[in-house]
Design a protein around this ligand. Structure first.
Ligand SMILES: [Zn+2]
Length: 301
């Protein structure tokens, strides 16, 4: 029985890893208006936010390299100005794959210092055994920050701040203050169980703290752009936080009671949440594995 579970889980992991981390073929970009001068671009990979206006174009994340042409075309429809800044919310390839082309085109890439550190060297996402070689210099963030940085562009104070050991060790949340819009990077997924990259310094308790920080900035009118999934709001983030806290508590209890990973998966600790969150790229048993792994090794748990 245990062997069967393990091989099923392994199969799910392999399929999932291909779906999540392969650059694949370019897909068309869909542009969604959030407010005047602020749009979301959806294609393949993480959600992109783009701010346009008199002060220049500002991008949050850049998906995979094959998406570059489509992203550039979508931005040109919003503004004729060249792209000035690209923020990376973290180092994963579905958020930074366009860096080389963006950097070559003259954009200034900005990220938390751990993102530059990881992109500068060969990386492995251990949970999926997915390798990524070091990026060329032109693809690296040339401006880094430790805690936060603020941009004053297009009528917005755009506060980009680091949240500790959440999805990775280099996550940034982007707060467009006047627009009342947040881009959360992968600290929030609006429709599915999230991945937590413990091998890159992420942890479920850090993710819970990050989501609490996001909620503290949101009111009933705030629009919240998740790393993945449709554009959400304060209520969507609250539901995500409730699910994360329950998963953390239940899996931690199973670990304290001496359960192995296989036993923890069989106990179905996330059953009450699986219908809402388990139909995405992390199925319930894989999400339980992610949480179990995080609690076992986390720097914060
Ligand atoms: Zn990610």
């Amino acid at each position: 029985m245990t062997k069967l579970i393990q091989s099923l889980a392994l199969l799910t992991l392999i399929v999932t890893a291909e779906a999540v981390f392969a650059a694949g073929e370019a897909v068309p970009i869909k542009t969604i208006a959030i407010t005047e001068g602020l749009h979301v671009l959806m294609g393949r990979g993480g959600n992109i936010a783009v701010s346009t206006g008199a002060d220049g174009t500002f991008l949050v994340d850049d998906q995979y390299a094959p998406q570059y042409a489509g992203i550039t075309e979508a931005i040109k429809k919003l503004s004729k100005d060249p792209l000035k800044f690209v923020i990376n919310t973290h180092w994963h390839g579905d958020h930074t794959g366009g860096n080389e082309q963006m950097g070559t085109a003259g954009a200034i890439i900005v990220a938390q210092e751990n993102v530059r550190q990881r992109l500068s060297t060969d990386q492995v996402v251990e949970f999926f055994n997915s390798e990524r070689p070091a990026s060329p210099a032109i693809a690296l963030p040339i401006v880094t920050f430790s805690k936060d940085i603020t941009f004053h562009l297009n009528g917005n104070d755009i506060h980009v701040f680091h949240v500790l050991n959440a999805h990775t060790d280099g996550d940034a949340v982007v707060h467009f203050k006047q627009a009342n819009v947040l881009h959360t990077g992968d600290t929030f997924f609006s429709e599915y169980y999230p991945f937590i990259d413990s091998g890159s310094g992420g942890s479920i308790s850090g993710m819970i703290k990050a989501v609490e920080q996001i909620l503290a900035l949101a009111d009933d009118k705030t629009k919240v752009i998740p790393g993945h999934g449709k554009v959400s709001d304060r209520k969507g983030v609250e539901e995500f936080l409730t699910m994360l806290k329950a998963a953390h508590k239940k899996v931690a209890e199973l670990i304290v009671a001496g359960n192995t990973l296989e036993q923890a998966i069989l106990a179905k600790p996330t059953a009450a949440y699986d219908a809402k969150w388990g139909g995405g790229f992390l199925k319930p048993d894989v999400f339980v594995s992610v949480v179990y792994d995080s609690i076992k090794r986390s720097v914060l748990d």
